[in-house]
Design a protein around this ligand. Structure first.
Ligand SMILES: [Zn+2]
Length: 115
């Protein structure tokens, strides 16, 4: 995922419909939900982005999941158990990075294919 250029990124208040649709209230307690957008400057050759970072999905191995893996359950079954165990999805990790100004929310959506 591309990261925003910290020289020129610009904070803005997220639109209410975006806050609603992406459930950003689950992440932010403040009154205003602030996201960042690319601008473009000489440092980033006018693109607004500079560098890359990974977004990660983290699966903690729990006993129920271990049992499923051992009995060779299919991926869907394991995923359901993982979500129940509050696995952090790539989308959630990306949203955290958008809210801390590391990237733009559009970039998270592009990479995780959620719209
Ligand atoms: Zn820049």
């Amino acid at each position: 995922m591309r990261t925003l250029c910290i020289q020129c990124r610009r904070p803005y208040e997220a639109l209410p419909e975006i806050v609603e649709e992406l459930k950003l209230r689950d992440y932010v307690q403040d009154k205003n939900v602030v996201l960042y957008e690319p601008v473009g400057c000489p440092q980033c050759a006018g693109t607004g982005f500079r560098g890359r970072t990974a977004i990660l999905e983290f699966l903690a191995m729990t006993d129920p999941i271990r049992r499923l893996v051992l009995k060779r359950a299919d991926a869907g079954e394991i995923q359901a158990a993982a979500i129940e165990a509050r696995m952090r999805t790539m989308f959630q990790d990306g949203v955290d990075k958008a809210l801390s100004g590391i990237t733009a929310i559009e970039e998270v959506l592009r990479v995780t294919n959620v719209s």
